[in-house]
Design a protein. Structure first.
Length: 198
């Protein structure tokens, strides 16, 4: 299937946002759109929505009611919908590391895409998720994580707390950014190193 146009992507994003807000399902946008919102790179591939596990069935029903073709891709972490050639992923677990919750939603940054204002995943959550997901076959996640540290203001205590779920990969990414000149408070290294040996 060819990649959707940006016009189609943003039109579907608007439909998704209205559908979830109508059903009062809290969500944040992650993935490529979040990377674009933080000026890391441009994407027109799909829409990644992160919700609480308990809200995932309601989110899927909301998309179905809005005219999406929907299905359960993997009952452990991923539901999907498609409309006008645009795929929407409803994610409620990511690599066993990031679990969105009240703090994620509270810290979300509202960004406007083509006249639609959406809650974007906080940069700290996105950084930890990208660092955890990075593999030799998916280097874009690693590059995104490093770029986030270099270009976005971080709540370092919050980031260090999130990083405790996968301290090895998070520490590797932070060390790489530090070597590239990003200022990282010393307590972050200490906290993640302690988490590493627990």
């Amino acid at each position: 299937m060819p990649a959707p146009t940006r016009e189609a992507l943003f039109r579907v994003l608007s439909t998704v946002t209205r559908a979830l807000e109508r059903e009062q399902v809290p969500f944040v946008v992650g993935g490529g759109l979040a990377a674009e919102a933080y000026h890391l790179r441009e994407t027109i591939n799909d829409i990644d929505l992160f919700v609480r596990p308990a809200d995932a069935p309601r989110a899927l029903r909301a998309l179905a009611d809005a005219g999406f073709y929907t299905w359960i891709e993997d009952p452990r972490w991923l539901y999907k919908g498609i409309l006008d050639g645009v795929t929407v992923d409803i994610i409620y677990e990511s690599t066993g590391v990031v679990h969105v919750g009240d703090e994620t939603f509270r810290r979300a940054r509202w960004i406007e895409f083509d006249h639609t204002s959406v809650p974007i995943m906080p940069p700290e959550d996105l950084f930890v998720m990208k660092a955890a997901a990075a593999t030799p076959s998916a280097p874009k996640h690693w590059l995104d994580a490093i770029s986030l540290l270099a270009h976005q203001a971080m709540d370092w205590q919050y980031l260090a707390t999130l990083g405790s779920r996968n301290p090895r990969k998070v520490l590797q990414a932070i060390l790489h950014a530090y070597q590239d000149g990003v200022h990282v408070p010393s307590f972050v290294f200490v906290q993640l190193a302690q988490d590493l040996v627990k």
